[in-house]
Design a binder for this molecule. Sequence first.
Ligand code: CTP
Ligand code: MG
Length: 430
Amino acid sequence: MTDQPSSSPLARSAVIVVAAGSGTRLAAGAPKAFVLLGRRTILEHALDGVFAAAPAQVILVVPEGREDEASARLHAAQEAFTGRASPSSGVQRDTMHPANGERRPAATVVVGGDTRQRSVAAGLAALAVGIETVLVHDAARALTPPAQFAAVAAAVGPGVGVIPALPVVDTLKRVHGENVVAPVDRAELAAAQTPQGFPRAELVAAYGQAADNAVEYTDDAALFAAAGGAVRHVPGSDDAFKITTPHDLERARMILSSSVPAPGRSEHPAEAPMVPRIGVGTDVHAFASGGTLRLAGLDWPGEPALEGHSDGDAVAHAIVDALLGAAGLGDIGQHFGTAHPEYAGAHGDVFLARTAEILAEAGFAIGNVSVQFQGNRPRFSARRAEAERALSEALGGAPVAVSATTTDGLGFPGRGEGIAVTAVALVHRR
Ligand code: CTP
Ligand code: MG
């Protein structure tokens, strides 16, 4: 490892990716790392992040019997990464294709043990000459940003191990059986993630000591600390959460399907291209006996109002549902329903403006909206342009097309009892 560029914090680092667990809590019918997350496995997503971080060596620890499959996936992830790597990316020698002369990180598959600690120990036994820093990473933290590897590696020093950690957000209690015994001050606590980084020689010695004493630790930092090492923490990231339960897997799928790649994490060619998303919304309101109609962002003097929690603007409400649905952000009831009394009586324009904000906060831009209402009244065509302008303005400028139709006297719109609206919206990631 003599020709590593000194600029890379991972130039003399190995990443041990532990993927030998069974995934009991995920219960997906295969070892967790081999479960699909989108089009590729959890393991492949984890390897994307590892290779993007460009360590000098990658050691992948897998269940017995999965070596060939793991090796193929390791190859594929490495190819995908090095195929796009710039010449200065800091990746180095290749033990997987020793004859081809390409410069790649060393990459090795080893078989794990029946505890995580034994799996890490198996990985440590495969460290290459010249590695000075070891990062131990859970494959189950499949969406960890590459920058987290670099931040951890950069903070490791002689006698000092480093973990990424997040502040604890929940209020914590000490419990005994059914009883809450005491509050716990969360300011003193942090939630540990991986990769956890250590100076090589001290980590190897600490693992030797743990094996001699036959003690199992909950993570590498605890094991390292038990051997006398100091452990510091650097900021972790929300995306580095551990996929443990089916709910976690769903969360990871949602992140992948609705997001641009995390900073520093290039999109893998096998991932779905960024496609626009569509949503549909409907709304129905009955005419009230009096008042003044509010519809499609306009007042309609002489026409009776629609009943409703707010101003009854069924066109605006259908658009809100279409937009929220397109972005996968819930529905109108969730954001503006009776649980939000501040919106009682509010104009549909307020809902539209807030919906545009909710989408923007989640990283979505509105492509266009098309909406149609069924009803005998009001006579709409003369004010179509005015309505479209009002709705578009409420949405921050996105194009809105509105049309109206009668139903040949059929159904409640035909009988003049109310109005039915259907809206379709297209959104895309910004
Ligand atoms: N791990 C491992 N070898 C083991 C146990 C766990 O390499 N004997 C790895 C897992 O593959 C995972 C990481 O350690 O990437 C964290 O463990 P965990 O999330 O507990 O995964 P599993 O042990 O597979 O899941 P479960 O505890 O639900 O069975
Ligand atoms: Mg486990």
